[in-house]
Structure formats: structure tokens, C-alpha cells
Design a binder for this molecule. Structure first.
Ligand SMILES: *Cc1c(COP(=O)(O)O)cnc(C)c1O
Length: 458
């Protein structure tokens, strides 16, 4: 008989540990007050479970640490580069692979070449740094995600999909001013929602028909492939590596942050098929990042990425990763906590506007919620709402479209009992939520205030 066990277990055992400092609620209340009620102001040592981001916060494997020792730090022609390049090409068969120190450096190089005044660049949803790098060149960034992607309760299996009709009209309207079509998999800014293989192929076909290069922002390519395997008709018996290869087969290039689905703490790359574009990119690389065989990285980082890429496509890992996210989301839902559905790949999002209707958007309900979660359990999430997006360039304030708390799950870092601890904290929060008060900003910088502003409870 074939027994299928239901308990999610980590598909690894622990060889090296990093102690967490336990604190009391009273201690955390004092620390948060000292940090002026801004979670970015806390020392990480004062956080028990840090769900601020999944970027570069994952745990490396014993094989990755071994690879670190194999790293060759020669300035030019390092074998570490050869291993890195081979590992990328094994999954994404692009002609040119250019290492960078992070994803945003790959974006900066690409858009310095193809962006500029008068250019228009569509995507399902551009990530903040992508948008920033496009706009910095004077070009404009457009989000053409399907409507279901903006509805937090829609159960569409691929909420990250591009709206194909909008893309077609966009290309007809903007013609030659579109230097490329982009697609972010999974759609990070849209809640880590996946894009189907069918949609990826359709976007590639439309871009090709209009003779525009098709570039994938592939930061979470493995999580996206897992969703394709689970949810897309005809894909369930295929291997993750075959699905990944299909995702990139019709693209002309990609940008990547190795801090996501490469299990590394730093790194990224720009990959391209076009020789001339790649040559221009390498000139900029040497100018801003480093020589072509290391980008902004050490040889050891390239080896850690190469090894990480062979581990990220492991199905047992992906089942556990997506399973834990789903588990947290389902339990919160059952408890009556409004979560964005269905669960995305790398984070759980709580809808604070729906849960705390007694707090006005401009009194930052999601910040109030994130702060209380820290006081109760030492758990650090992040507000994605009016504190992050509400301040207008003229200094006035406008409520954001949504008031969310994001709990981003670092890769292979926390265990299932950490997940249960998180759920227990929410049970306590359930009893306290009606007494939560909003906050006001008492000091803020002109731009990106959420990182450094000071707050006071009302
Ligand atoms: C993180 C991320 C980036 C930027 O990568 P960095 O390594 O943080 O510079 C770009 N796009 C997406 C979708 C991301 O998640």
C-alpha cells in the first residue's frame, strides 16, 4: 500500500544553527517604542522570526558552503565563472550570461541600453527596482496584468498572467517605441502569483509577431514552475527542469536576482541572445560592476549560485516551500483572518483594511497590525500600504489601493514549528485586534519614507 503522509516536513536536516534570542512581550514593546514604531528600525537580533523579505535571507546547503571553498578569485577566466555559466545555461539556454551583483544591476545595464526618453515598456507588473531603472532613463513602465490579478479574492490559478489583449493593443498603439516586452515570473509586486506556461508562450508569440525582444524577469522561476506543474492542464507529469526550460525557450533574454531562486545571499545576472546587445551590456558591466567573468561578485559567490541552481529545482524542496506558504495561508483563512488568495509562492499577505475596518487608511492599519504582531510574537513583517505608497510628490497624502501586511518566507530558514508559532500569534492577535489604534507620522524624509520615518500611536 502506498502511504501518503500529510505532515509537511523540511526536506533537510540541520547541520549548523543560528540561535534566536528569546525576548518577552514587555521587552519587545520597549524596543519597538525605541525604534519609533517603525519595524525597519529594529536590530535583527531583537526579532525572533524575520519575515521582512525572502531576498538573500535563505539558508545555503552544505554543498553550497563546500562550493564557496572551491571558489576561484582570479580576476579573469576564473573556473567559478564557467561553473556559474554552465549552471545557468543548463536551465535557461541563453547565448550570453552576464553576472551582476544583484538583479537591479542587471536591470540598470539593460535599460541604459534599450530604455530612454520616449520609450514604453510593458510587463504583467514591473517590480519596484525594474520600474525605477526604466523610469531613471526617461522611459515609461506599464503594468498589463489580468484584472483577476488585482482582485484579492479571485481564485484564478494564474493571477500573474499578462492580459494578452491589452498587450496586443499596447504594441499596436506604441509600435517602435517599445524596446522590449517584459514578464515577471512569479509576479512579485502582484503577491507572488504565477504565470502559466500557456501565457508565457502567448506573450512570446505576440512579441515576436511585433518583432520586439521578449525579456523575462525570472527571479522566482522555480516557484513559478512548481505552480505550472500543479495547476496547468497537461503539466503534472513533467519534471520541473523541463518546465523551466520551456518557460525560457521562447524568450530573448532575462534578468535575475540570485537572492531569490538561486539560494544565494547575493548575486544576479543578465542573459541575452542578441550579440550586439550583449556586447553593449558587457561594456557597461566593466564600467559599473566588474570584469565579464565576475560582474560585481566574488568567485565564491558564483560557485554558490551554480550549486544553488541545481538545488532549487528539487521537487521535495518546492513541495515543502509552497506547502508551508499554503499551510499558513489556509490556517489564517480558517481562523477568519483575511488573506490574499490563493497563497502566492514566497509570501502571505494579510488584508488589514478588511480586518481592521475601524482604522482609517491614513492611520496605517497595516502598520498597526505589523507592529502588534511584533509585540505579541517577535515576528517582523512589512507594511505595504499607505505608509509605503501614500506620500505624494507634493507632500500631501493619498490612501494606497490596498493596506497589506506581507509576511515573506525566507528559503529553508524556518521550520514548520515556526509556522505554528506564527499561527498562535495570530490567534492572540484575533483577541486584541479591535483594541488596535492607528498611528501618525511624526518625522519623515521626502522620499521612500517607510524605511526611516518615525511614528507615534494615536
Ligand atoms: C528582488 C527582485 C528584483 C531585484 O533584485 P535585487 O537582487 O534585489 O536587486 C527584480 N525583480 C523581482 C521580481 C524581484 O523580486
Amino acid at each position: 500500500m502506498n502511504t501518503v503522509m500529510k505532515t509537511i516536513i523540511e526536506p533537510f536536516r540541520i547541520k549548523s544553527v543560528e540561535p534566536i534570542t528569546m525576548t518577552t512581550r514587555a521587552e519587545r514593546e520597549a524596543k519597538l517604542k525605541n525604534a519609533h514604531y517603525n519595524l525597519f528600525g529594529l536590530a535583527s537580533a531583537d526579532v525572533l522570526i524575520d519575515l521582512l523579505t525572502d531576498s538573500g535571507t535563505g539558508a545555503m546547503s552544505s554543498e553550497q558552503w563546500a562550493a564557496i571553498m572551491r571558489g576561484d578569485e582570479s580576476y579573469a577566466g576564473s573556473p567559478s565563472f564557467n561553473r556559474f555559466e554552465a549552471a545557468v545555461k543548463n536551465l535557461m539556454p541563453f547565448k550570453h550570461v552576464i553576472p551582476t551583483h544583484q538583479g537591479r544591476a542587471a536591470e540598470a545595464i539593460l535599460f541604459k541600453i534599450i530604455g530612454g526618453e520616449g520609450k514604453n515598456i510593458p510587463s504583467n507588473t514591473h517590480f519596484d527596482t525594474t520600474r525605477g531603472n526604466i523610469e531613471a532613463t526617461g522611459a515609461l513602465a506599464f503594468d498589463l496584468n489580468i484584472d483577476e490579478g488585482r482582485n484579492s479574492q479571485s481564485l484564478h490559478p494564474f493571477k500573474g498572467n499578462m492580459d494578452l489583449q491589452k498587450l496586443e493593443s499596447f504594441l499596436i498603439e506604441h509600435g517602435k517605441s517599445v524596446p522590449c516586452v517584459m514578464l515577471t515570473i512569479t509576479n512579485n509586486a502582484g503577491g507572488g502569483q504565477p504565470v502559466s506556461l500557456e501565457n508565457i508562450r502567448a506573450v512570446a508569440k505576440i512579441a515576436k509577431a511585433h518583432k520586439r525582444p521578449f525579456i523575462i524577469d525570472g527571479c522566482r522561476f522555480a516557484e513559478n514552475a512548481w505552480f505550472i506543474k500543479q495547476r496547468e492542464p497537461g503539466q503534472k507529469d513533467r519534471s520541473i527542469i523541463d518546465i523551466v526550460r520551456d518557460c525560457f525557450a521562447d524568450a530573448d533574454g532575462m534578468t535575475m536576482s540570485a537572492k531569490k531562486d538561486a539560494f544565494a545571499n547575493i548575486g544576479g545576472w543578465l542573459a541575452l541572445n542578441d550579440d550586439e546587445l550583449a556586447e553593449n551590456a558587457r561594456v557597461l558591466l566593466i564600467q559599473t560592476e566588474g570584469f565579464v567573468t565576475y560582474g560585481g561578485l566574488a568567485g565564491r559567490d558564483l560557485d554558490a549560485i551554480a550549486q544553488g541552481l541545481s538545488e532549487i529545482i528539487d521537487e521535495d524542496y518546492l513541495r515543502y516551500r509552497i506547502g508551508t506558504n499554503q499551510y499558513i495561508s489556509d490556517r489564517l483563512d480558517a481562523m477568519g483572518v483575511p488573506v490574499v488568495k490563493p497563497a502566492g509562492g514566497h509570501a502571505v499577505f494579510i488584508d488589514a483594511k478588511a480586518w481592521l475596518p475601524h482604522i482609517e487608511p491614513l492611520q496605517y492599519p497595516a502598520q498597526a497590525l505589523a507592529n502588534r504582531l511584533y509585540e505579541i510574537g517577535g515576528i517582523r513583517g512589512v507594511e505595504i500600504g499607505s505608509l509605503m505608497f501614500g506620500r505624494q510628490p507634493d507632500g500631501t497624502e493619498k490612501p494606497a489601493a490596498m493596506e497589506l501586511v506581507r509576511l515573506a518566507i525566507p528559503r529553508r530558514t524556518y521550520t514548520q514549528s515556526h509556522a505554528d508559532y506564527l499561527l498562535e500569534a495570530f490567534e492572540l492577535l484575533m483577541g486584541e485586534k479591535d483594541s488596535l489604534r492607528g498611528l501618525r507620522v511624526i518625522k519623515e524624509p521626502r522620499l521612500m519614507r517607510h524605511f526611516t520615518c518615525q511614528l507615534q500611536p494615536l
